[in-house]
Design a protein around this ligand. Structure first.
Ligand SMILES: [Zn+2]
Ligand SMILES: [Zn+2]
Length: 381
C-alpha cells in the first residue's frame, strides 16, 4: 500500500468538497489557500537549498538578488501558516488546517539551511521547481479571482475533474524548462549562420523590444497556425494533439495539458524561425512569458464577450470554439494570438454570442491520467 494513502485521500476529499461544505466561513477557502501557500513556500525553500542549483531555473536569478526574494518566501510561509490556522479555527474537519501548518513548519525547518546553499557551483543541468511554484502561485492569483467574478460556467468548481492531472502537466513542463527553452536555440543559431541574412539579422536585433516582441508574436503565430493545423490534419500527429483536446473542462489549468513532444515540436516550429531572423534571446524570452499568460487566459473559464477586440486578438470565446465538441467547432480557430490568420486561410468561426455547449473530442478516445496520455499516441488502436 502507498504511504499516507488514507491521509491523501482525505485531503483530496476535503479539497473537492461539495458547494455546501465550502461556503463562506466554513474554513474551506482558508484551508485550501493555506495548503497552496505553504506548499509553494516549501517547494521554493527546497529549490533554494538544493546544492548545485539543481532545482532552480536560472531565468529567475535576476529576481533573486538582494533580500527581497527570501523575504517574499518567508512571508509566503507565514501567510500559509496563518491561513491554515484560520481554517483550523473555522472548520470542523481539521485535515486541511493541520496539513497546511505541517507544510509551513517543514518549510521553516528546511529554510534554516538556506544560507550556505547558494555558495556551491552550479551544475550544468537544472529542473525548474521554483519556476513551477511561482508559476502556479502567480497565475492562480490572477486567474482564480477572474474566473470567480466572470465565469463562463458558474457552477464549475476550481478543483474540477482531472485538476490533479493538469497540475502535473504544469509541473512537468516547468521542470523541463531547460529543455524547452534551449532546444530550439542551437538549430536556430545554426540556421542563422547558414543563411545569407546577416544584414537583416543585425537590423532585427537592433530594433527596440517593443517592436521586436509584437513582431515575434505575429511571426510565431503564423508558424504556430500551420503547425497547429498540421497537428489536426495528419492522423499520426493528431494522436499527440488529441491529448490537449481531451480536456472536457476549460479553465486556467486546462491549457497546460499538452503532450511533451508536442510542446517541443511547437516550440521549435515557432522559435527557430524567430532566432534565425535575428530576434534577440531576451525578446524571445519575453514573448514566451507573454504567450504563456495569453494561453492561460484563452483557456480560462471566463465568459467575456469582447466584440471589438475579437476582430484583432484571440479571445477566450474564440479559443473555446477551437475546443468545442460540436460539429461546427471541428478544425476552426487555429491561431492563438491573431484571428486574422484564420480569416486569411478560411478557418475562422465565431458565431456572435454563442459559446460551445461542451468541450472535448466526440467519444472521448483519450484515456485519463498523465502517463496513460504520454503513451497514448504510440499505442496501436
Ligand atoms: Zn487544436
Ligand atoms: Zn487549447
Amino acid at each position: 500500500m502507498k504511504p499516507f494513502h488514507g491521509t491523501r485521500q482525505k485531503i483530496r476529499d476535503e479539497i473537492e468538497s461539495l458547494p455546501a461544505e465550502r461556503s463562506f466561513g466554513s474554513g474551506w477557502a482558508s484551508g485550501v489557500l493555506g495548503i497552496v501557500l505553504s506548499l509553494g513556500g516549501l517547494l521554493l525553500v527546497i529549490s533554494m537549498c538544493t546544492p548545485g542549483h539543481l532545482l532552480t531555473a536560472p531565468q529567475l536569478t535576476p529576481f533573486k538578488v538582494g533580500p527581497w526574494f527570501k523575504l517574499g518566501v518567508y512571508l509566503l510561509i507565514v501567510a500559509g501558516f496563518m491561513s491554515s490556522a484560520t481554517s483550523l479555527a473555522l472548520r470542523q474537519a481539521k485535515i486541511l488546517g493541520t496539513t497546511g501548518i505541517a507544510l509551513a513548519l517543514l518549510a521553516t525547518v528546511i529554510g534554516q539551511s538556506i544560507t550556505n546553499a547558494n555558495a556551491s557551483t552550479p551544475l550544468p543541468i537544472y529542473f525548474g521547481l521554483d519556476w513551477f511554484a511561482l508559476n502556479v502561485l502567480l497565475t492562480g492569483l490572477i486567474f482564480v479571482p477572474i474566473e470567480r467574478i466572470f465565469p463562463r460556467q458558474p457552477t464549475q468548481p476550481i478543483f474540477r475533474d482531472e485538476w490533479r492531472e493538469d497540475v502535473f502537466y504544469v509541473l512537468v513542463s516547468s521542470l523541463m524548462i531547460q529543455a524547452l527553452a534551449f532546444l530550439p536555440l542551437t538549430p536556430g543559431k545554426l540556421i542563422g549562420t547558414l543563411t545569407p541574412l546577416e544584414a537583416t539579422r543585425r537590423w532585427v536585433a537592433d530594433l527596440p523590444l517593443f517592436i521586436q516582441v509584437p513582431a515575434i508574436m505575429l511571426g510565431a503565430d503564423f508558424f504556430q497556425y500551420w503547425g497547429h493545423r498540421a497537428f489536426h490534419h495528419f492522423p499520426w500527429l493528431w494522436r499527440f494533439h488529441a491529448v490537449h483536446h481531451s480536456a472536457q473542462r476549460m479553465d486556467w489549468m486546462s491549457g497546460a495539458r499538452m503532450h511533451f513532444l508536442e510542446i517541443l515540436l511547437m516550440r521549435s516550429i515557432t522559435a527557430i524561425p524567430m532566432f534565425a531572423l535575428g530576434f534577440t534571446p531576451l525578446a524571445i524570452e519575453i514573448y514566451v512569458m507573454l504567450a504563456y499568460l495569453y494561453t492561460t487566459l484563452i483557456h480560462a473559464n471566463v465568459g467575456w464577450r469582447l466584440p471589438w477586440v475579437d476582430q484583432l486578438l484571440v479571445t477566450p470565446q474564440f479559443h473555446h470554439w477551437h475546443h468545442g465538441a460540436e460539429k461546427e467547432a471541428i478544425d476552426v480557430n487555429f491561431a492563438i494570438h491573431f484571428p486574422i490568420f484564420d480569416r486569411l486561410f478560411g478557418t475562422h468561426y465565431l458565431p456572435g454570442k454563442k459559446w460551445p455547449e461542451s468541450y472535448g473530442i466526440e467519444g472521448h478516445p483519450v484515456p485519463k491520467g498523465y502517463w496513460a496520455q504520454l503513451i497514448y499516441p504510440f499505442r496501436r488502436k
